[in-house]
Write a protein that binds this ligand. Structure first.
Ligand code: MN
Length: 204
């Protein structure tokens, strides 16, 4: 694994091919309270790019262009949070999307363990450390351990997508998964507009 840390924006001219793994780190888990601090990206080639946000402006035209590019699939684990954060702070509605957590819930019905660590262990046979998960992502200087943790969250998403797609095809659930991925920007808009804790499809 190699890591490149960028301040404020991606440099111009970096290509991630036709799909990019994306994760974000924030000051906490609240969409209304906690700002976006870091965006991690990988082409699935073992290299991670970390972009530390300028939280005074969120001025990052190259990153916004990549995330808004409809010819590049964005792969997440639990896209619902990251997609909402990107909609709120970067003003970009990302599409097309893939979420490994949704895919996992649709095919790994033999378990209720759908965390990234669980998926990576079962489908790729790799153990991930989650030690730096709760750390200060708003710090000016990110430690080596924080950078390694942030990078590890995007390194395996391509491999996971490929494994999960095989299972989705096997179970005849690919169309259902795609419909969920396509609905995500709307689900995130509802979250941001105040319906985060409401299942609007529920009877009551
Ligand atoms: Mn993460």
């Amino acid at each position: 694994m190699t890591i490149t840390l960028h301040k404020n924006d991606l440099p111009a001219g970096i290509s991630f091919g036709d799909s990019v793994a994306v994760d974000t780190e924030t000051l906490g888990l609240s969409l209304t309270r906690d700002p976006l601090c870091l965006v991690q990206l990988s082409a699935g080639d073992g290299h991670a790019h970390l972009v530390q946000m300028d939280r005074s402006s969120y001025d990052c035209p190259n990153l916004k262009a990549l995330l808004g590019d409809p010819s590049v699939q964005k792969i997440f684990h639990f896209a619902r949070f990251d997609v909402a954060m990107v909609q709120k702070y970067l003003g970009v509605v990302m599409t097309p999307l893939y979420c490994t957590k949704i895919a996992s819930k649709l095919v790994r019905t033999y378990t209720d363990r759908h965390g990234l660590k669980d998926l990576t262990r079962e489908l790729i046979g790799k153990d991930m450390s989650k030690q730096q998960q709760s750390s200060d992502w708003g710090a000016d200087t990110l430690s080596q351990a924080q950078q390694a943790y942030a990078a590890s969250d995007v390194l395996y998403l391509h491999q996971l997508r490929d494994k999960l797609n095989i299972m989705l095809e096997r179970e005849g659930r690919m169309e259902m998964a795609q419909a969920c991925f396509d609905f995500l920007p709307n689900r995130c808009a509802l979250d941001l507009a105040g319906w985060a804790d409401t299942d609007i499809f529920a009877h009551s």
